[in-house]
Design a protein around this ligand. Sequence first.
Ligand code: NAD
Length: 480
Amino acid sequence: MVKKRITVAKGDGIGPEIMDATLEILKAAGADIEIDEIEVGEKVYLSGNSSGISSEAWDTIRENKVLLKAPITTPQGGGYKSLNVSMRKSLGLYANVRPCISLHPYVKTKHPEMDIVIIRENEEDLYAGIEHQQTDEVIQCLKLISRPGSEKIIRYAFEYAKVYGRKKVTCFSKDNIMKQTDGLFHEVFNEIAAEYPEIENEHWIVDIGAAKVADTPEYFDVIVMPNLYGDVISDIAAQITGSVGMGGSSNIGQVCSMFEAIHGSAPMIAGQGIANPSGLIQGAVMMLTHIGESDCAEKIQNAWLATIEDGIHTGDIYKEGTSKQLVNTKEFTKAVIERLGKQPKLLKGVEYRKDAVLNLPEYVKKPQKKKELRGVDIFVHWNGTDANELAAMLSPLDTDHVSLSMITNRGLKVWPNGFPETFCTDHWRCRYKPKEGYSMRKSDIIALLVKAEEHHIDSIKTENLYSFDGVEAYSLGQGQ
Ligand code: NAD
């Protein structure tokens, strides 16, 4: 059989030490892989390449499709782009997977029963990075949630649950407030959940869901969520297992994938040979199951669990009483290798399915819906505070067909019938709707903007209001 070629990046700080340890274990366990090494990170940044990666390194990653990456250091100061974000987006790594499992009583935690997997959407949401300052007082960041993005990540979560024998998938969203964006995520969750009747499903509002994760994590199994919530909650979940330094994570795309430790390059302890390689070992185990080497993954994971259980601990997790032997990186590695083929006695050993490879269908575009223009929101920069005054200034813009129907400030309706107590900034949303029986056109919007210009109204952007198949697809004003 042809060996699988993978790309390896040793990274910065403790990166090379923990990568050498991990590769030694992979080799000893008989992983059927060949390795191409690339240089990414600090040296590349400081050589004048602001992306931290050369075009040759990109070629190798794309050729081999699987990357095992140690942490890298992003140099201080502006101008250096985050390599992690570039990799996720450029390679379409839409799913971030983080198992968070307690190793009680060997790693101290308040949650001994915890065994959850956080599956985070990795490419969109507020992380699309589309931000604009529009007035002196207001800056916006666009939150983009797409149907393909939501379908892919939610299907991934259910397929993951199926292949890894998980019983339940929970969705976190905030669709009681963000009815359109998070509403779509929740809607897609319900659609896809119906295709997996054998797996339990449920939805939690993210705030109380996060509180429940922090308090009673054993209640959950697999949790899927949009990017920002996933970023925050996956760190909390990793931390409450007892150590963020012990976890691995995978970033999965349709074609490529990247596996790593959760922690950073720990420059303070770099070069001392004392770093804990466990996080990267966990990343490597996820990589092996992903490429179909589940036997080898199982062997390493059980040997690693047996090592932890035997109290052989690096300094970061060493505790008098529970730990038996304080070891450095090399000694820990040797201990794991010695236990290859052994099972843990008290901790639960793992058993991965031999065909633990997720088969995910390509996204199929849905038929286009009938889209109708139902109005426009014109955003205005104005320094006044009384919305009645602004409405009067806007009155010359009304036509026989289109008229001002509402003004909001930071989403709250302030005209008509606002309260004088409401605090207003200089950023006003002025909603224009067609009169009864009139079908609005784009030319009506252009005419409104031309008139606004003539009357010295500072319009800063517009958002068209649409219905899709007759359903209005935009938010109302709060209080409307
Ligand atoms: P860090 O995770 O590197 O370190 C936090 C603390 O945990 C430190 O006290 C460190 O010594 C300790 N620690 C981390 N990993 C350890 C290990 N394996 N064994 C023993 N102790 C360990 O976080 P930081 O200090 O905020 O970041 C340092 C650098 O890492 C920064 O340049 C940051 O940008 C980078 N970083 C990279 C990644 C990545 O490449 N995926 C992720 C996070 C941070």
